[in-house]
Design a protein around this ligand. Structure first.
Ligand SMILES: Nc1ncnc2c1ncn2[C@@H]1O[C@H](COP(=O)(O)OP(=O)(O)OP(=O)(O)O)[C@@H](O)[C@H]1O
Ligand SMILES: [Zn+2]
Length: 774
């Protein structure tokens, strides 16, 4: 592997993949190729083999297993609760009661609004017993709908009822001169001790007035039609006393007979507008406080808003739960999830519980409350949860969580609240998915919450075969889907279901781009390269010298690996730059070994150092291109010395590195540390010496391969056979490379058949020793 200087970020990202490789005893030169963590995926097999060392092996499984190494950015990738009981379903359902409640809350009759208290508490009770999600969702509407109509009504009142369209305001003087004097005033009504409403007669009291004068309104000339007195004018009064005084004075002055004095009555009238205006600030304040309170409550996850996770200010990063409806368009069935049969089986158990709870309860069994789907990203946790929801009923599903502590807290609380809220008899099972069970609060994992942990690991070769078949069925191929599924499964160790789906889609895209009528192996290979290595960067400007360095470096890897007994079979070697950092790489098809021996690791170390050795031996100059190789070698050797107990000087001690913990103190003394350092340096030095020796031996070969690489850019195994001859070591068991070439449908049946196939291919019989030197 050779990397450009800007490749540092990539190095970091490949680290864990390397460590995984190492821990799983499976190393690939091409660190871009995600490798598999076998120990975790088939931990039980491993344990049974290593009977005596059970504890130790179990230790490997837990500390280096998929759960820890396959870190993703989200600690809790999804969360679903599956609801089977119809009663409980209502609790979550967000459609049915919504409309009704809305109408209850905001009655169409406006007059009901002020009486809303009773209704409010009624609704509250409702929401307590039931649909939190709905009330939550409705809060905004409720608030708006309470305040807005009030203001609106107030506006209408003020503009329609209280702004007297037909009445005109006049001064007392005008009243006296134009209404009182001509005898037009029928009566006066003083309302609220502040407004004097003047009712005028159609005909004057004094009979000697002309009809015309009367017919015309004295003030604006409009006719005062009709015979009954009408409220036409008003004026404001300072106080009732002064008004009465003034009126009496005026009437006296006009010489009106006290018997004919204008009758004055008093009335009080509720001025809704004024009342509303008086209380508006209070109403607004209280409303806002209540509203904020509700939002906060749900934001902290205390009140338990089971439904739509709040979007309030305190809800940053909280799970946004959407529901997965069983009637949704894109239904997922169990058959759509492949390569995780054990997990499926365990999940089916839940389905069984939920469908026949009686059967279990009769025997006194408690139905589990939750299951945690644990596994690396893209392995189908969400898919499986969705499939379960079809199988059972309704589900709520999936939070896109991003990092951050707040989110952790609120999500955790939310989960705890939800889980404690369900009685064992409600038939609710919470399904949650995570990539990081190790950082989950232990409170979540105790019985009564997530009773079960179901592990979904990255699929093995058979699982990949099954998943490929699902996606290949949808493609137009030049062979049967099974032809491809087997070969592609062999070619894609470490791929998760999501990667496989991606490869199939990429292959179709590439075929379309090449205007091909069908998708061929060529397209799939390009798709796999693209998925693991990123886009080809053919146009990257590389100097001739650099290209030559890269070619010799990669050739060194290829040749060293070819002549090392335990190295992985090479798939191809290329000097086409890819992605952001890789200038070239040698790609291997790693076999999915469960264990690795000291000898294997030594050979792999030498193969990894082959690039640097070749630079030194053939070019006489070393470059920075080997940095990533050296980093891998260092880690690998440290692990052998300090973790796997391979070093006699350190002894049978194991100090596995904690993943996330920021280690302040080493778990060993400085003296032990110095021994470890010395051992690692010595081991790497030995491996390098061996590699240099190997490259010196095959100097010619390295040169030939490098020159052909410069010419062709990509070499596959056949090209190498032409230059180097058949590889001197043959494995008795079919390797992933063999499967890639031939498929593997016969493997399961009779071991003899493999023998035949092997013989046909000029291979050794599996009964012979593991590796046969030529
Ligand atoms: N076992 C599988 N069988 C079929 N398809 C799969 C499988 N695993 C993953 N996929 C495909 O990958 C996609 C992503 O998978 P899914 O969302 O279930 O992964 P996940 O395990 O929930 O990942 P994450 O932890 O990143 O959320 C699926 O929609 C599906 O297309
Ligand atoms: Zn290299």
């Amino acid at each position: 592997m050779i990397f450009s200087r800007i490749g540092r970020s990539l190095f970091r990202s490949t680290r864990s993949s390397f460590q995984r490789n190492l821990n799983s005893g499976n190393y690939t030169e091409r660190s871009l190729l995600p490798n598999e963590s076998h120990l975790s995926s088939s931990g039980s097999a491993c344990i049974s083999r290593l009977d005596g060392g059970l504890g130790l092996v179990r230790g490997f499984v837990t500390s280096f297993g998929a759960g820890k190494q396959l870190v993703s950015n989200s600690y809790l990738s999804n969360f679903s609760s599956v609801i089977a009981n119809p009663r409980v379903r209502r609790f979550f359902s967000s459609e049915a009661p919504k409309k009704k409640k809305y109408e209850n809350y905001y009655p169409k009759d406006r007059k009901e609004v002020p009486k809303g208290k009773g209704q409010k508490s009624e609704s509250k009770g409702d929401s307590n017993s039931g649909d939190h999600g709905n009330s939550q969702e409705n809060l905004v509407k409720q608030f708006q709908s309470l305040i807005t109509p009030l203001l609106f009504i107030a506006f209408i009142f003020s503009s329609v009822l209280f702004s007297p369209r037909d009445q005109k305001q006049i001064s007392f003087q005008e009243f006296k001169n134009k209404l009182l004097e001509p005898g037009l005033v029928d009566r006066i009504v003083v309302t609220n001790k502040s407004v004097a409403k003047v009712y005028v007669r159609s005909s004057p009291r004094v009979k000697n007035q002309t009809h015309d004068d009367v017919a015309q309104s004295p003030i604006n000339g409009t006719p005062t039609n009709g015979n009954a007195s009408q409220y036409k004018f008003y004026f404001n009064i300072g106080s009732v006393e002064s008004f009465e005084e003034k009126l009496q004075e005026a009437q006296e002055a006009l010489g009106i007979d006290p018997h004919d004095y204008v009758p004055v009555t008093y009335a009080s009238q509720v001025n809704w507008y004024q009342e509303l205006m008086r209380f508006a600030p209070t109403v607004l304040l209280l409303g806002s406080l209540w509203f904020m309170g509700r939002r906060m409550q749900s934001g902290f996850g205390v009140g338990g808003s089971g439904g739509k996770g709040g979007r309030g200010i305190f809800n940053i990063g909280k799970a946004h739960i959407t529901k997965v409806d069983k009637n949704a368009k894109n239904k997922v069935y169990f058959k759509d999830v492949a390569g995780c049969d054990e997990a499926k089986q365990e999940i089916m158990e839940f389905v069984h519980f939920l469908k026949n709870p009686k059967k279990y309860e009769e025997l006194g069994a408690k139905i589990p409350k939750g299951a945690l789907l644990v596994g690396p990203p893209g392995t189908g946790k969400t898919l499986l949860a969705k499939a379960t929801a079809d199988a059972i009923g309704r589900a709520r599903g999936r939070g896109g969580f991003s990092g951050g502590n707040d989110e952790r807290e609120s999500t955790l609380n939310q989960l705890l609240v939800e889980m404690d809220g369900f009685g064992t008899t409600t038939g609710v099972v919470v399904l949650a998915g995570t990539n990081r069970p190790d950082i989950l609060d232990k409170a979540l994992l105790r019985p009564g919450r997530f009773d079960r942990q179901i592990t979904i690991d990255k699929p093995d070769i058979k699982g990949r075969n099954q998943i490929f078949q699902i996606y290949l069925k949808k493609l137009k191929l030049d062979h049967e889907p099974s032809y491809y599924s087997q070969r592609l499964a062999a070619l894609t160790p470490g791929f998760a279901g999501a990667d496989i789906a991606n490869v199939c889609n990429e292959a179709a895209l590439i075929a379309a781009r090449n205007e091909s009528a069908v998708i061929t192996m060529e397209h799939f290979e390009a798709a796999i390269d693209r998925v693991i290595g990123g886009l080809e960067k053919k146009n990257r400007v590389i100097s001739k010298l650099e290209r030559r360095t890269v070619a010799y470096h990669e050739s060194g890897h290829a040749v060293a690996g070819w002549f090392l007994e335990h190295a992985e079979p090479l798939l191809k070697v290329t000097i086409v730059p890819r992605g952001t950092a890789a200038l070239g790489f040698a790609q291997y098809v790693p076999n999915e070994n469960l264990l690795m021996t000291k000898e294997q690791l030594f050979d792999v170390t030498c193969m990894t150092l082959g690039g640097r050795a070749s630079e030194q031996v053939l070019l006489g100059k070393i470059s920075t291109g080997a940095q990533n190789d050296l980093e891998k070698v260092t880690k690998m050797t440290y692990a052998q010395v300090a973790v796997y107990g391979f070093s006699d000087k350190v002894g049978l001690l194991s100090f596995p590195q904690r993943d996330d913990a920021f280690e302040m103190t080493k778990p060993y003394s400085s003296k032990t540390g110095a021994i470890i350092d010395g051992e690692v340096r010595e081991w790497v030095g030995k491996a390098y010496d061996r590699t240099i020796q190997l490259i010196e031996e095959h100097k010619e070969h390295v040169m030939q391969v490098a020159e052909l690489l410069l010419e062709k850019e990509v070499l596959n195994q056949e090209d190498l056979v032409r230059i180097l001859g058949e590889r001197p070591f043959k494995s008795s068991e079919p390797t992933n490379y063999d499967r890639f070439k031939q498929g593997f449908q016969d493997e399961d049946k009779e071991p003899k058949e493999t023998t035949e196939a092997g013989t046909v291919d000029g291979r050794s019989s599996p009964l012979e020793p593991d590796v046969v030197p030529a």
